[in-house]
Design a protein around this ligand. Structure first.
Ligand code: SF4
Length: 218
């Protein structure tokens, strides 16, 4: 699974996806459950993924809350910073009896195309009903509101990059720590890099060398 995932980033997700597939076979007869609570119980499935699968795949009346939706809620609907529970309640209330697939996709698209980190209010189709804009666009409430992600740091030189390099090396076979230190370069302590990968269940030591983990479901 890790080899197939190569280059996509966030390798923990590959592992969780595989574990989830195994659990779906074991506990749900090989069919993805439609119930949001059952989805949440699967490895690596958080509230966003559970709501997205339940609503888009099964038409369940569940509002999704991602970073795009979070901005729209904080600006257009509330004109204030929202706590996570408030944002979820507000999204669910706005969904009401609408078709969940259409409503969720529409709000996601609104956030992706117009209500961006730098909003394009002049072209926005809901500008005339947007509470933040009608209030004169004071301090942006979306900046630290629920579900709104912070900008990521640069990839070059990051721990993410070092983790990716180690995994790419181990995909070709086990390797000694000293060699892996050369792979990550002097800017990173390979022990720390390996510790984070081991904590995620992605690598393990075998007979004194590091290798991709052979988990129960790998
Ligand atoms: S008017 Fe501006 S702030 Fe309001 S929803 Fe549209 S893009 Fe977002």
């Amino acid at each position: 699974v890790l080899r197939a995932w190569r280059g996509l980033g966030y390798p923990r997700r590959a592992r969780r996806l595989h574990e989830t597939a195994a659990q779906i076979v074991e506990h749900h007869g090989g069919r993805v459950p439609s119930d949001p609570l059952a989805l949440r119980a699967l490895p690596g499935v958080g509230p966003y993924t559970a709501a997205a699968v339940a609503s888009f795949a099964f038409g369940r009346r569940v509002a999704v809350l991602d970073t795009n939706v979070g901005r729209v809620l904080a600006r257009a609907a509330a004109n204030r910073r929202l706590a996570p529970a408030e944002a979820r309640e507000l999204a669910q209330a706005l969904l009401g009896r609408s078709d969940p697939r259409i409503f969720n996709q529409a709000v996601i698209d609104l956030g992706a195309q117009f209500c961006r980190a730098r909003p394009l209010c002049g072209a926005c189709p809901v500008a005339r009903a947007c509470r933040w804009r009608l209030a004169g666009a004071p301090e942006d409430p979306a900046a630290r509101s629920a579900a709104v992600s912070r900008p990521q740091g640069a990839f070059a030189g990051s721990l993410r990059e070092a983790r990716g390099r180690v995994l790419a090396t181990l995909e070709d076979g086990p390797s000694a720590r000293a060699r892996l230190q050369g792979v990550v370069g002097p800017g990173h302590d390979v022990t720390r890099v390996l510790d984070t990968l081991a904590a995620d269940g992605l690598v393990e030591t075998r007979r004194g060398v590091w290798a991709l983990a052979r988990g129960r479901s790998q």
